[in-house]
Design a protein around this ligand. Structure first.
Ligand code: UDP
Length: 414
């Protein structure tokens, strides 16, 4: 297990985007949690939404005076092959789950659990990867409250994978889902819903001066914002449907010949499918100078791309939440997204973007074109988008709900 390095964050920094009442409430909750030690466990420090969330939540909790650690599992490719299969199976398309896969999973999880030497009062297990640590963890910390935070889209899971994860639920005190429908088939003692959020102070989301924007635009050359740009920022993952986005782009280009597409993807440390899919997408686009397939961009460059794109597309087939949607909306860029998972929580059809069915390439292309052809609508949608994210998907709201959950788990007064 290892502890990732974290940025500095101060709760005061959020005053401009957080109501006075909410800041006060956060301080009250933090005071109630004064003697509570909290541990977050997951399987990657970089790439993907969970790492993105913890990179902000953990330092802010520390600043509030809550003793919070984040530990990341150490594992090899065999383990991550299995856990990606579990992720895919829970989202409804996994390979056959074999006993060899289960053994690989359990051995790595137990080896990581054996390395834990400190004691905690609350342990938050993110996603399925660390669930295999729970037996040892419950023995080592019998008084700890164990929370499972599931970020996966559980709309239609494969039975074998649902059963596998369910085996661990008798070790869990409380399960947290990103939408209530995801928890329907999970038998945890208590359950709640907390929507994820973006950090407005993170380099990926903060406001930027004109000089920085211009420098980052240069970095993206030969992509040019002189002609319309559509982009999608996502791990290279079959669920993110980069090939579908490419098809939407090609159709939209029939109406707008100078259109460009940026397909940006990072490689999450716990996702072995990334490289292969990246290579396939890059090969498909190699002869098309208006398609830019980019990897591992710095956060400020992602910020500029989301900010300067005319339309962002999120053509996922399943999507636990999809932080990238709020990231784009916060920067006042309308989003055309699939009507799956967490996307409809964020995209308000006809107000800040459009929702389309995940297999509707033609419908998505029509929506992209109608936005590209109407600057006034893009501006109105962009203003609505920022307000929607300000109301519902910023860090302080999520933090309040999370701290309330910890207070309840420890049966504290607040
Ligand atoms: N991300 C990034 N660079 C990339 C691709 C993704 O920084 O090339 C970030 C993205 O900005 C977001 C996170 O990774 O903060 C992805 O989270 P999301 O919830 O959208 O999807 P997940 O990867 O967790 O399925």
């Amino acid at each position: 297990m290892h502890a990732p390095s974290l940025p500095d964050r101060s709760i005061e920094g959020y005053a401009a985007v957080t109501s006075h009442d909410r800041l006060e409430r956060l301080r009250e909750l933090a005071a109630a949690l004064e003697d509570v030690r909290i541990l977050h466990l997951n399987s990657t420090a970089t790439g993907g939404g969970v790492a993105e969330l913890l990179r902000s939540i953990v330092p802010v909790c520390d600043d509030l005076g809550i003793d919070t650690d984040w530990l990341v599992m150490d594992a090899d490719d065999d383990f991550f092959e299995v856990t990606k299969a579990i992720h895919n199976g829970l989202q409804g398309n996994g390979p056959r789950l074999t006993s060899a896969m289960k053994s690989t999973y359990r051995e790595t999880a137990e080896r990581n659990a054996a390395e834990l030497d400190a004691e905690y009062d609350v342990v938050v297990v993110h996603d399925p990867q660390p669930l295999g640590m729970l037996e040892r963890l419950a023995d080592a910390m019998p008084d700890a409250s164990i929370l499972w935070r599931c970020h996966v889209d559980l709309t239609d899971p494969d039975d074998a994978y649902l059963a596998f994860v369910s085996e661990y639920m008798d070790r869990v005190d409380h399960a947290i889902f990103s939408r209530s429908v995801y928890g329907a088939e999970i038998d945890a003692p208590t359950k709640s819903v907390i929507h994820p959020s973006i950090d407005p102070l993170a380099p990926k989301n903060r406001s930027l001066d004109e000089e920085t924007i211009a420098a980052e635009c240069d970095r993206l050359d030969p992509l040019s914002f002189e002609t319309p740009v559509v982009s999608q920022v996502s791990r290279f993952d079959p669920w993110k449907d980069q090939f579908g986005t490419l098809a939407v782009f090609r159709r939209a280009r029939e109406a707008i010949p100078e259109l460009q597409l940026a397909l940006v993807g990072g490689m999450a440390g716990d996702d072995p499918e990334g490289i292969e899919l990246y290579e396939r997408v890059a090969a498909e686009a190699v002869d098309d100078p208006d398609v830019h397939v980019l990897t591992d961009l710095p956060d400020t460059t992602v910020n500029v791309l989301q900010r300067c794109s005319d339309v962002v597309v999120q053509k996922s087939l399943r999507e636990g939440f999809g932080l990238v949607v709020s990231e784009a909306l916060w920067k006042q860029t309308p989003v055309v997204g699939s009507n799956v998972g967490g996307i409809p929580l964020q995209v308000e059809d006809g107000r800040n973007g459009y929702l389309v069915e995940p297999d509707d390439v033609e419908g998505a292309a029509d929506r992209v074109v109608s936005l590209l052809e109407n600057e006034t609508r893009r501006t109105t949608f962009g203003a609505n988008a920022r307000e929607h994210v300000r109301d519902r998907f910023l860090l302080s709201r999520q933090l309040e709900e999370l701290l309330e959950t910890f207070v309840e788990a420890r049966d504290l007064e607040c």
